[in-house]
Write a protein that binds this ligand. Structure first.
Ligand SMILES: [Fe+2]
Length: 568
């Protein structure tokens, strides 16, 4: 059973809110489709229209109701899965936790959001009713927050208090945006150093997670540095939930969630390898149940465990975040919503078939609308599989073979329509962010990079957008020693590829300002050991209106006005 947004909202009771100037600032923005909340919850508390003379947020001590409990304390591990936040808007953010309890009936969990880590300046408090039907998760869409503000939040249940989380709402009109971009965290392959590094970077606005947050495999099937629970391949709802529980015990992953809001989409392994709307490579119909039921189980567990705003339509997670007029971040689903099953590698005709879709007709139309209607300086597209062409050596008349029919190469007509939207509307500053492939790439995007008349690799003339591919947190790329030669061969056959590194694990810092969008790659020496070194490797940027990549000397300097972190 999938709990709708309406059902989750029903579980929330806002006990009180405190009027601050910030509240009032947040009231003017009512773009309900995207960047401000439409939670439907009654915020209660004072009539905000009557408190326009309220003092600023610095001096107050709130008089909101305090959590009280005098019974026997619950178990010490009540909040063992930590806290999380996500889907920040200018006036709302999702906060999340889970209670570990043997209680079968509904349980009321207290939550509170404050401006300070002592919780003297609380701005909203309430309860959330959880139960086994939703795996005892707690998920609150906190409304009426102030834009561009750091908040702290925590939960209480049976006298136990969770760790304190830190989150941040979206500014109304920022001049700078700083995101970590990440994907692919196969637990058995190693340690989550990248999550730890992201947690330590307190200057981020959010972490963009492009999927493969979990993998479906059992122990011994994919990686052997660490073991997972359950030990078998996950196929049922209980299996998927257990896998999330296991991941969320990892201290580095907990820290990343604790310090930053996530903006997440799934890839294939949140269900099964190479999944699509109607099937998956790693699903055997019958022996492993019915695909649609397995897919629904994976989706349900994802929606329960990720700090993502529940959509009105089950499974429809594509959505847009607006960072003032600086950037729109358009998150799409190339995996489960509308993807037709992939074809064999050499089926050139099939790949180009205009009737086949990577997104589904409705999502594709929505994406075109988002692009055409975007008035922001930058259009960032958060998505799963590599968009740029990746072919072997060929000629203009006879292109080389494609290498991966799972990515946009296998859905050439969908890609061409995406390019046509950019060209027809003369859109500048489109930046595609990609996960999935466990390696690091920077590419110019152009309809035919193999035609020297249409694209000049030396100048970048002909490029209409750029793509940055983030390395995996732990999932494997090509083996060391072999990867370098492969990368050289790949680049020589694909002139639009500026940077290709195929073996290292790490993450990207995407730094966007009025001048340029820069991706900086950070890699780790060895993720199979508990101590390792992070290295800045390279940075590429697209400058305003240029729509092509240039290599940068250094990563952008971090901002100096860094908000306080949550105490760990
Ligand atoms: Fe992956």
């Amino acid at each position: 059973m999938y709990l709708s947004r309406r059902e989750l909202l029903r579980r929330v009771a806002i006990v009180g809110t405190y009027p601050t100037l910030g509240y009032l600032a947040a009231c003017g923005d009512d773009d309900t489709t995207d960047n401000s909340s439409d939670t439907g919850a009654d915020a209660g508390g004072p009539d905000l229209a009557d408190v326009s003379g309220a003092d600023g947020a610095d001096a107050f001590v709130d008089d909101l109701e305090r959590y009280e409990y005098s019974g026997t304390p619950g178990p010490e591990n009540t909040f063992e899965h930590g806290v999380a936040s996500g889907d920040p808007l200018t006036d709302a953010v999702i906060i999340w936790t889970r209670i570990t309890t043997d209680e079968a009936g509904p349980q009321s969990v207290w939550w509170e959001v404050a401006l300070d880590t002592d919780f003297q300046q609380r701005v909203a408090v309430g309860t959330f009713e959880t139960d086994p039907e939703i795996d005892h998760v707690v998920k609150v869409d906190v409304p009426a927050l102030a834009a561009g503000t750091s908040y702290f939040y925590r939960f209480m249940f049976l006298g136990r208090t969770s760790t304190i989380g830190r989150t941040r709402t979206v500014p109304t009109n920022p001049d700078r945006l700083r995101l970590a971009v990440t994907s692919c965290a196969s637990y058995p392959h190693g340690y989550y150093h990248a999550y730890r590094a992201m947690a330590d970077r307190l200057d981020l606005d959010a972490i963009v997670h492009l999927g493969d947050y979990i993998y479906e495999y059992g122990n011994g099937q994919y990686g052997n540095v660490r073991e997972v629970d359950p030990p078998h391949e996950i196929v049922s709802l209980d299996d998927y939930r257990r896998r999330y529980r296991w991941h969320r015990l990892d201290p580095n992953l907990q820290a990343a969630h604790q310090q930053h809001p996530f903006i997440a989409v799934w890839d294939d392994h949140e269900t099964a390898n190479d999944s699509s709307r109607d099937m998956a490579e790693n699903h055997t119909e019958g022996a492993e149940g019915v695909w649609t039921e397995r897919k629904d189980a994976g989706i349900q567990a994802y929606m329960e465990w990720m700090p993502i705003r529940d959509p009105d339509v089950e499974g429809r997670i594509y959505r847009t975040f607006r960072f003032g007029d600086l950037a729109d971040l358009i998150m799409i689903d190339t995996r489960l919503w509308g993807r037709d099953p992939q074809l064999s590698m050499n089926d050139e005709e099939g790949h180009a078939d205009p009737a086949r879709s990577l997104l589904g007709t409705d999502q594709e139309a929505w994406l075109a609308d988002q692009l055409e209607g975007s008035t922001a300086q930058w259009r960032l597209l958060g998505q799963q599989v590599m968009m740029a062409q990746w072919r072997g050596v060929g000629t203009l008349e006879t292109p080389g073979p494609i290498f991966n029919a799972d990515q946009w190469d296998g859905y050439g007509a969908t890609r061409q329509r995406f390019f046509d939207t950019i060209i027809d509307n003369q859109l500048d500053n489109v930046v595609v962010l990609t996960g999935d492939i466990h390696s690091s790439w920077a590419m110019d995007l152009t309809p035919n990079p193999y035609d020297p008349e249409a694209f000049d690799p030396a100048s970048g003339d002909g490029s209409i957008a750029v793509e940055f591919v983030c390395p995996a947190i732990t999932s494997p790329g090509f083996p060391d020693g072999f990867a370098e030669n492969v990368a050289i061969a790949v680049k020589s056959a694909n002139p639009h590829m500026r940077y290709v590194e195929l073996s290292k694990r790490g993450y990207i810092i995407l730094d966007v300002d009025r001048e340029r969008a820069q991706a900086a790659w950070y890699h780790f020496d060895d993720i199979t050991v508990t101590e390792t070194t992070e290295r800045f490797v390279t940075a590429y940027a697209a400058y305003d209106g240029r729509n092509r990549l240039v290599v940068e000397d250094a990563a952008a300097a971090p901002p100096t006005d860094v908000p306080e972190g949550a105490p760990e």
